[in-house]
Write a protein that binds this ligand. Structure first.
Ligand code: GLP
Length: 241
């Protein structure tokens, strides 16, 4: 694992955005695995800046997002489809048809999971961006005795719903289920880029990166991947020696 700790958020965002920009310049038809949450917002802003400065075009790029809430339409401002349009897709020249998220409104969730997994398997990501949940979840793969390898529907833990409630008008509106790539789907990526910020995640960062590999800390399975880059701010990295 290549772990980098940054003095400022600005530098972290710039570094991460450059990784994406350089990849796309080298490989214009790159496949990007994307994530949501508060962590990637600054990175997407820098990527948009690079695009606006004519450094990079996304016309040949394909994207797959990690996850989506069950029951939210793309025009619901809490859906991850809405988030991606707001923070990235509407600001760059990527054709909508080349952007993919699980369909939160799919009538048959099992068929939707199989459809999504087949796409990821056919074209694994060159780079997969990941944030980290406080309980060690990646995507929406929650700690459990067993983890699903492929895309599946997960019942969200109360702690995860509470952590995400800040984006909703009330706790009742936070969905109880989500589609998520499985840990196996995530590990198919050529390179994994894990980004974590904030002192409240310092303990889980240490556990995930240096603790035992266990399904109770889904991010610890990243230790089995040959190419993982971890970008941390000083607060998130404070418990690493
Ligand atoms: C959410 C998302 C994850 C995200 C994580 C951390 O539940 N499903 O993909 O990485 O929580 O979010 P944040 O960056 O807001 O702390």
């Amino acid at each position: 694992m290549d772990i980098k700790i940054f003095e400022t958020t600005e530098k972290l965002d710039q570094y991460a955005a450059e990784l994406f920009t350089e990849l796309i310049i080298k490989k214009p038809n790159a496949v990007l695995g994307l994530a949501t949450g508060s962590t990637p917002i600054g990175i997407y802003a820098k990527i948009v800046e690079n695009h606006n400065n004519n450094k990079v075009s996304f016309s040949g790029v394909t994207t797959y997002n990690l996850d989506e809430y069950v029951g939210l339409t793309p025009d619901n401002d809490q859906s991850y489809a809405y988030y991606m349009n707001k923070h990235l897709f509407s600001h760059i020249d990527i054709p909508a048809i080349q952007t993919h998220l699980p369909d939160g409104m799919a009538e048959d969730p099992q068929t939707e999971c199989a459809r999504y997994e087949a796409m990821i398997t056919a074209r694994p990501a060159d780079i997969q961006l990941l944030g980290l949940g406080h309980n060690g979840h990646i995507g929406f793969n929650e700690p459990d005795e067993n983890l699903s390898g492929a895309t599946h529907v997960v019942k969200l833990k109360e702690e995860t719903r509470e952590a995400n409630a800040r984006f909703f008008a009330s706790m009742d509106e936070v969905p109880t289920e989500a589609f998520t790539m499985g840990v196996g789907s995530i590990l198919k990526a050529n390179t994994i880029l894990l980004v974590v910020r904030g002192s409240d995640k310092a303990r889980i960062v240490k556990e995930a990166l240096t603790g035992p590999i266990t399904t109770q800390v889904p991010a610890s399975l990243l230790q089995t991947h040959p190419r993982v880059i971890v970008l941390l701010d000083q607060e998130a990295g404070r418990m690493l020696s």
